[in-house]
Design a protein around this ligand. Structure first.
Ligand code: SAM
Length: 297
């Protein structure tokens, strides 16, 4: 059965009395080439474990199962579980888990599959992500330090552009810095809205995020680094001097001192800073607040 064909989707809807849920971001891919682009873009090989987020009726799952040693698909919608079980019955290397990926410990699944001997290669996370929670899913995976080699995911093209942007561009923002701190980013494909059922209002893109073995900057305090990024881009039209005032309760004169110490022009804006420059400022704030606290003790 060609799970990606619009005819199959119609058949499944009728057979199971299933209706697509807009609120769960159910836009299914109907072009096998896009499915193959995702699997190829993820560089899946025969020894690998694939963890798929949101399998829907299993079209990407089936392509991944042909390429990988094992696939675990995490799907929130319980109505899809019997459909997936039937659609993927020919594959003995697929496990479907009925859970919210945001509440699932993927490292636990990876370790279990490893101890079962289900795979001996790399761990590839992939999916055609539900648009309403693309950023929370990606950030959850990265902040939880998921034990994977890559994350290859489809998302709204605009979000992909933001993640893939560098300093000095309009689309560069907190999400670009956050993802690029953890990963190197490359675009696998741009995907027109026409290949989805139902058709979304916007085009999509597939990004391949390779988890870095070494981070691009040493951080004294990761939370402080992200607080600076958030503050900087939260008021992106403001100068750094103004937007960073308030971070860790610091006053303008403290931030001025920090920017002078790091040789950063206080009139610059967050959108011009590289990850390294953000790190330098955050590390300087960390030392400054530590010194101040030890003086006050
Ligand atoms: N993989 C299929 C495809 O490409 O045709 C379906 C992709 S569809 C864009 C997103 C899928 O994610 C849906 O099946 C939806 O039910 C599922 N989903 C939505 N929120 C989820 C969550 N929090 N955890 C796991 N799956 C979720």
């Amino acid at each position: 059965m060609e799970l990606y064909s619009p005819r199959t989707i119609e058949y499944i809807k009728a057979r199971y009395g299933f209706s697509l849920s807009k609120s769960l971001g159910q836009n299914f891919i109907t072009d096998v080439n896009v499915l193959r682009d995702i699997v190829e873009g993820a560089e899946v090989d025969a020894e690998d474990l694939v963890i798929e987020i949101g399998p829907g009726i299993g079209s990407l799952t089936a392509e991944a199962a042909k390429a990988a040693a094992a696939v675990v698909a995490v799907e929130i919608d319980s109505r899809l579980i019997p459909i997936l079980e039937e659609a993927l019955a020919d594959f003995d290397n697929v496990e479907v888990i009925n859970r919210d990926v945001l509440k699932t410990d993927l490292n636990e699944i990876i370790e279990r599959k490893r101890s079962e001997g289900a795979f001996s290669g790399k761990v590839r996370i992939m999916g055609n992500l539900p648009y309403y929670i693309t950023t929370p899913i990606i950030m959850k995976l990265l902040e939880a330090e998921v034990n994977a080699d890559s994350i290859t995911v489809m998302m709204q093209k605009e979000v992909a552009d933001r993640i893939n942007s560098g300093p000095g561009t309009k689309s560069y923002g907190a999400i670009s810095v956050a993802v690029q701190y953890y990963c190197t980013v490359s675009k696998v494909a741009t995907v027109p809205a026409a290949v989805f059922v139902p058709r979304p209002k916007v085009d999509s893109a597939v990004l391949n995020l390779k988890l870095r073995e070494e981070k691009p900057a040493e951080l004294i305090d990761r939370d402080l680094f992200f607080a600076c990024v958030k503050a900087g881009f939260g008021q992106r039209r403001k100068t750094l001097l103004n937007s960073l005032t308030g971070v860790r309760g610091l006053e303008k004169k403290d931030i001025e001192h920090i920017l002078i110490t790091t040789e950063t022009d206080p009139r610059r804006r967050a959108e011009t800073l590289t990850i390294g420059e953000f790190a330098e400022i955050a590390n300087c704030i960390a030392k400054y607040t530590e010194d101040r606290e030890s003086i006050n003790e």
